[in-house]
Design a protein around this ligand. Structure first.
Ligand SMILES: Cc1ncc(C[n+]2csc(CCOP(=O)(O)OP(=O)(O)O)c2C)c(N)n1
Ligand SMILES: [Mg+2]
Length: 374
């Protein structure tokens, strides 16, 4: 990617091919358990109240989690922001604003399905049910973490739910093909979801993955999160293609673009793609016009951005909350209940991480090779 910067407006490009939803009138009881959104609405039909509440709760949980990580990350960076200091040293890429993508896609998955996410992975990890305590311990670099504290926030691996991610841009795509190939050979109906940013869609790994998955009819759903930026490079400065969905046609697979960060439209499109993959009909690609609410990484002053003044009005969570209130699906009690549940779960995970040990430097060379005890 080059260093050029160009002005860019959110969600201004191609047209959506998706339908959205009907309205409903039932209010959720305040103390209702978190609804299980998996398989509760058939793709293409109107969403049930439970599904809509589930999408909302997943987004709230993800945002609550990242607000807590943000708080802990900045707690002790010292004067002048020393990135190597504090409870969470190193880079931090947060996904706030992109929750609709993960919530809408993962609502169709089970723990048997794989998700390969990006360097901005938390929303997909939360939505796919990665163990929050172990994930948080990993982010804090503790021995109880998913990778014994060796990977950090860009390298979260949870075999229990087939989740992985990587700091290498476009790296989410090729391993998804491997897992999909294994699922197919074993005769299961499990699928793999591969996630990349719109910047990654200009790399070779993206194109090679689409080509081979299409040729072998692999059960993969390719997701592109178009947040309009690759670090400080605007989308319009990195490609002449207005929608990555059209690139799917070059490989003979369906492609769809969802506008306006619409969680219900994502849910509907993902339902179609997941159904196609499970039925053995091959891969699909979905691009979502989403929103990077915060910086590329924490500490990013974002001087290159021209859209920050109005950005809070685009926050997808209050927008969806209003929509569900108007539809009579959410009320004050249900909102409070979703937030309280999220805060409890998140703070337990933060406490777990803080109470866990930091790895002994003498163990630095352990767990590098497969024959070592996990
Ligand atoms: C192969 C590779 N090239 C470059 C980088 C440096 N890098 C990290 S994030 C990033 C931008 C990614 O943009 P995008 O794919 O749109 O994802 P976003 O950060 O917007 O979620 C780059 C270039 C990298 N990590 N890996
Ligand atoms: Mg991007």
């Amino acid at each position: 990617m080059g260093a050029a910067m160009t002005e860019s407006t959110h969600a201004s490009e191609s047209t959506t091919e998706c339908t959205t939803t009907s309205t409903t009138t039932r209010s959720a009881p305040a103390d209702a358990p978190v609804p299980d959104t998996r398989e509760t609405s058939a793709p293409g039909r109107d969403l049930s109240d439970d599904t809509r509440l589930g999408l909302y709760s997943t987004m709230v949980l993800s945002r609550t989690y990242e607000e807590a990580i943000l708080r802990e990350y900045h707690a002790d960076k010292g004067p002048g922001f020393d990135i190597g200091k504090g409870l969470i040293p190193g880079e931090m890429h947060l996904s706030a604003g992109q929750e609709p993508v993960a919530a809408g896609v993962c609502a169709h998955l089970t723990a048997e399905d794989a998700v390969t996410a990006t360097h901005r992975p938390h929303h997909f990890a939360v939505a796919h049910g990665v163990d929050m305590k172990k994930m948080t311990a990993e982010i804090f670099g503790r021995t109880t973490g998913l990778g014994r504290g060796r990977g950090g926030h860009m390298h979260l691996f949870d075999p229990d739910v087939h989740f992985s991610c990587s700091g290498i841009v476009a790296e989410g795509y090729p391993p998804a093909l491997g897992m999909a190939f294994a699922f197919k050979r074993r005769g299961t109906d499990a699928i793999a979801v591969a996630v990349a940013g719109e910047g990654a869609a200009n790399q070779g790994a993206f194109h090679e993955s689409l080509n081979l998955a299409a040729l072998w009819k692999l059960p993969v759903v390719f997701i592109v999160e178009d947040n309009e930026w690759g670090i400080s490079v605007a989308r319009t400065a990195s490609t002449a293609v207005s929608s990555n969905a059209v690139r799917a046609a070059g490989y003979g697979i369906p492609g769809e673009r969802i506008e306006d960060n619409d969680v219900e439209a994502v849910y509907q499109a993902a339902g179609r793609a997941v159904e196609r993959a499970r039925a053995g009909e091959g891969p699909s690609l979905i691009e979502v016009a989403t929103l990077r609410l915060w910086g590329h990484f924490e500490g990013d002053a974002q001087g290159y951005r021209t859209d920050l003044d109005d950005i809070t009005a685009l926050d997808p969570i209050p927008r969806y909350e209003s929509r569900l209130r108007e539809a009579g699906v959410l009320d004050d009690a249900a909102v409070d209940s979703a937030r309280e549940r999220a805060v409890t779960q998140v703070e337990e995970a933060i406490d777990f991480a803080k109470d866990s040990d930091i790895p002994d430097p003498a163990d630095l060379m352990k767990y590098i090779f497969a024959e070592e005890e996990r």
